[in-house]
Ligand binder design. Structure first.
Ligand SMILES: *Cc1c(COP(=O)(O)O)cnc(C)c1O
Length: 402
């Protein structure tokens, strides 16, 4: 990295203006279009990560760009002391995609905030003494203290103890373990339909159905964290729909506005009624600029039938990648896939190092575990782009094949 790059990126050097919270970024991107990104040196990259499952429509999507530009020139912010023209239509669309129009929505600015609001509504609904929440080991629910406490990765907790209490973490996809964890103070459970950051681990359909059944029996609220899985990514509008269950609360964020910071919680009518004026709030949440982007994004996702696109592209990726020597198996659903590499595919490298080798050849993926690449590409990939990405991965993985 040159001194000039270091200064421009805020990385390296003796005193960067930026906190060293994200390590040294390997690229500085200047421009994007569809599934492609160009860095400062004009190098083209295929984006198979979408800024962590966010830009499902691709970069600089015309209708989203137009909506943001028009709204920026009209009205960007008035606070939640007042209504704006986008909140009700976006909330209606979310409720329609989740549960044929029932339930209610509260906007947030991010995923962690959405989970924070969900965990607060569980407490408010269940009342004092039933504040406990069960979540899964290897889950990821965010970085605020409450969502961090819900996150089932004890090593992430350690530097920030003491965390809010009442959380317990159970083995993933194990219904007996779940049932054993239920003490009288437990009021709810939070699960991802496919664990994203934890390594792309899908929930078994029977597990989600079993958890739903136990929650019904015991009066527990089932919160589904669809922050990474929502808005078509798993081949359904929301991941839980593959299990045919009805959640009590759903949290969402990443894919909702194609890159503008928007989060939201949906709750069934009975639970939604637990929040009354004064219980929760946010200065920015639901502001017109962000929601103009969400409105345009959801309209476009529906127009292209994003879940069907996810299933179609998933099939093409599996067909190209599963036969490769070096690939042990592929797990995940739709366009949230974990490519598990075997010793040959890894060839002594970590998943992060294999991802870095892909980046050097112009393909953006992520090493989500020491042995797994995560793919979360956009819904708008062309056949040529799919083939190009498979070629790059085949060559990088094939480096270990002798
Ligand atoms: C990304 C993510 C979060 C946190 O969202 P932020 O917007 O980064 O706060 C929470 N849960 C899941 C499942 C996520 O993938």
């Amino acid at each position: 990295m040159t001194a000039e790059q270091a200064a421009a990126w805020g990385a390296g050097g003796t005193h960067s203006p930026l906190m060293n919270n994200y390590g040294s970024p390997p690229r500085l991107f200047m421009r994007g279009s569809g599934a492609e990104l160009w860095d400062r040196d004009g190098r083209r990259h295929l984006d198979f990560l979408c800024g962590l499952a966010v830009t499902g429509l691709g970069h600089a999507h015309p209708s989203v760009t137009q909506a943001i530009a028009a709204q920026a020139g009209t009205l960007t912010h008035t606070s939640n002391l007042f209504a704006n023209e986008h909140q009700a239509p976006v909330a209606e669309a979310i409720s329609r995609l989740i549960d044929s129009g029932s339930g209610q929505v509260l906007f947030q600015n991010s995923g962690a905030e959405a989970n924070e609001a969900a965990l607060k509504i569980v407490r408010k609904y269940q009342g004092r003494g039933r504040h406990g929440v069960v979540s899964a080991l290897r889950s990821f629910h965010g970085r605020t203290l409450m969502s961090l406490a819900a996150t089932g990765q004890p090593e992430k907790h350690e530097p920030f103890q003491p965390l809010p209490e009442g959380f317990r973490h159970v083995v993933w996809n194990d219904l007996d373990e779940f049932e054993k964890s239920l003490t009288p103070e437990v009021g709810g459970v939070i699960l991802e339909p496919v664990q994203g950051e934890g390594g792309v681990n899908p929930a078994d359909v029977e597990y989600l159905q079993g958890v739903r059944h136990i929650c019904d029996e015991r009066g527990l609220l089932l919160v589904l964290d669809e922050i990474q899985t929502g808005f078509g990514r798993t081949g359904q509008w929301f991941g839980f729909q593959a299990a045919g269950i009805r959640p009590d609360v759903v949290t969402m964020a990443k894919g909702i506005a194609n890159g503008m910071p928007v989060g939201a919680i949906w709750a069934c009518d009975e639970v939604a009624a637990a929040f009354v004026p004064g219980d929760h709030g946010s200065t920015f949440a639901g502001q017109p600029l962000a929601l103009a982007a969400a409105r345009a994004t959801i309209a476009e996702l529906e127009a292209i039938d994003a879940p069907a696109a996810a299933r179609r592209i998933e099939a093409a990726l599996r067909a190209g990648l599963e036969p490769l020597s070096g690939v042990d198996h592929i797990r995940g659903r739709g366009l949230l896939l974990g490519v598990e590499l075997d010793d040959v595919g890894l060839a002594g490298r970590t998943g992060a190092e294999v991802a870095r080798a892909c980046l050097e050849r112009g393909l953006i993926v992520n090493g989500v575990t020491p042995t797994t690449l995560r793919l979360a590409p956009p819904f708008i990939l062309t056949d040529a782009q799919i083939a190009e990405a498979i070629d790059i991965m085949a060559s990088v993985i094939g480096e270990g094949v002798v």
